[in-house]
Design a protein around this ligand. Structure first.
Ligand SMILES: [Zn+2]
Length: 145
């Protein structure tokens, strides 16, 4: 697997890589990514781009060519969002190209180390804190803006 990251600072890159691999249940990039990914569900092109046009992915893994969908050889890209309700998780895109005469195919997925169950608590004016009852991660959302 190849890890890519939007951060250029070495120790930040290392931390994101470690966090992403850990969320996938892996120790290093020499291990194979689990398939299906943890708590993986099918998603849509809309959901993927809806996220990506408002937020950046912290990390990305190119997982090589395997038979990820329908016994057809394709690429898998795993994206680490790790923000808001997607902490310790993100998206994945499986891409089949150049499989003539069969058509190309792109499938979207969402995955997460935890099947989060967020409960909100008001912590001041329009500020709410969402905390997962299972793994304890939390994020704040200010609904005034
Ligand atoms: Zn959780």
């Amino acid at each position: 697997m190849l890890f890519r990251c939007e951060y250029s600072q070495a120790d930040t890159r290392k931390k994101v890589e470690k966090d992403m691999l850990s969320a996938l249940g892996l120790e290093d990039t020499f291990q194979k990514v689990p398939w299906p990914l943890p708590n993986m569900v099918e998603s849509t092109e809309d959901a993927f781009w809806d996220y990506r046009t408002t937020m950046s992915f912290k990390g990305e893994l190119w997982c090589g060519q395997e038979k990820y969908i329908d016994d057809r050889l394709g690429h898998l890209l795993v994206y680490f969002a790790d923000a808001y309700n997607r902490q310790n998780g993100g998206f994945a895109v499986a891409v089949i190209r150049n499989d003539y005469p069969k058509p190309s195919d792109v499938r979207y997925y969402e995955w997460s180390a935890c099947k989060h169950d967020f409960r909100s608590k008001n912590i001041g004016n329009c500020l709410n804190r969402y905390t997962c009852t299972k793994c304890g991660v939390s994020h704040d959302i200010d609904s005034s803006g």
